[in-house]
Ligand binder design. Structure first.
Ligand code: R5P
Length: 298
């Protein structure tokens, strides 16, 4: 097996390769003055199983274009099976038409990946379990929940009265899964309303009983609005300690400031997206999914 890395998450690619006891294979990625890229594979891949690792977070379109070119180069160079490891699958939230006249961006991305030559897709904690149905290739859907469950076990050693919280009704399936991993830890759900035009979030009520310590689990943090609204409501409802767990640190706009200022003790995320130094903040802790990817590739 050979592993190639796009430029979006080199650290993760190298750690995956390390766990597989191989080195990442060389690629030449040249950027022209107008921003166009030229990609060249610098290793023989004829009849080989190859893996390309590329997260498709900000800059989303550039990361996708680079991935398309890498896959095309590998296919033209004779690779047998191309597995795209896209730890964070950009555009997954636009998986259907919400408002009349919209494009289904995820469908466009799926067609592009397949027509470039991707044979298998490996990804993490998709926003909806229906997303694999959009693809005509096998989708290996991994989850960072086991990493989060491990951390929650450590924390509940000191604060045994914990409760899991889904910050919206859409996250109930996820919260049930992690509850099972934690010997059926009790859970509650927040009712969240989002204005589709402005994106503004409001957490209106908690359904279920609360306790002093809450573990909020979500698939991603983008603006931080969902977490801030959930934390505000939980604090107002008497919760004393709030720990946040989210697989994908999309961290758009002012998210790091919003999260640092929110009523939460710690924010745990996975390295499905590389968080640049300038977006890191005191309460943040990053857990690595590299071993999970390496095990799945093996
Ligand atoms: C929404 O349904 C997702 O599960 C996340 O809660 C959401 O995408 C987070 O976005 P933001 O941080 O902008 O509120």
């Amino acid at each position: 097996m050979l592993i190639f890395s796009g430029t979006s998450n080199k650290k993760l690619s190298e750690t995956i390769a390390f766990h597989l006891r191989i080195a990442t294979s060389p690629l030449e990625i040249h950027i022209f003055p107008d921003g166009e890229k030229r990609v060249r594979v610098l290793e023989k891949v004829v009849d080989q199983d190859v893996v390309v690792v590329q997260s498709t977070a900000t800059p989303v379109d550039q990361s996708y274009m680079e991935l398309f070119f890498i896959v095309d180069a590998l296919r033209r160079s004779g690779a047998k099976i191309i597995t795209a490891v896209i730890p964070y699958l950009g555009y997954q939230r636009q998986d259907h038409v919400f408002l009349e006249g919209e494009a289904v961006s995820l469908d466009v991305v799926a067609r592009a990946l397949e027509s470039c030559g991707v044979n298998k897709l490996m990804t993490f904690d998709l926003h909806s379990i229906k997303i694999p149905q959009v693809f005509h290739i096998p989708v290996i859907h991994l989850s960072a929940l086991s990493l989060f469950a491990g951390k929650i076990k450590q924390i509940t050693h000191d604060f045994p009265d914990g409760i899991l919280i889904s910050p919206d009704m859409g996250g109930i399936r996820r919260i049930k899964l992690i509850s099972e991993m934690l010997s059926n830890m009790p859970f509650a759900t927040i009712v969240k309303n989002r204005d589709l035009q402005t994106g503004k979030v409001e957490a209106s009520e908690v359904r279920g009983n609360l306790s002093k310590t809450a573990f909020v689990v979500d698939d991603m943090i983008s603006s931080g609005g969902t977490i801030a609204a959930a934390a505000y409501l939980l604090k107002k409802s008497g919760v004393e300690r709030i720990f946040v767990f989210a697989t994908h640190p999309v961290f758009s706009e002012q998210a790091p400031n919003v999260l640092q200022k929110a009523h939460v003790e710690k924010v745990f995320v996975a390295d499905t997206i590389e968080v640049p130094r300038e977006k890191q903040f005191e309460k943040l802790e990053i857990l690595s999914v590299s071993k999970l990817v390496a095990e799945a590739l093996r």
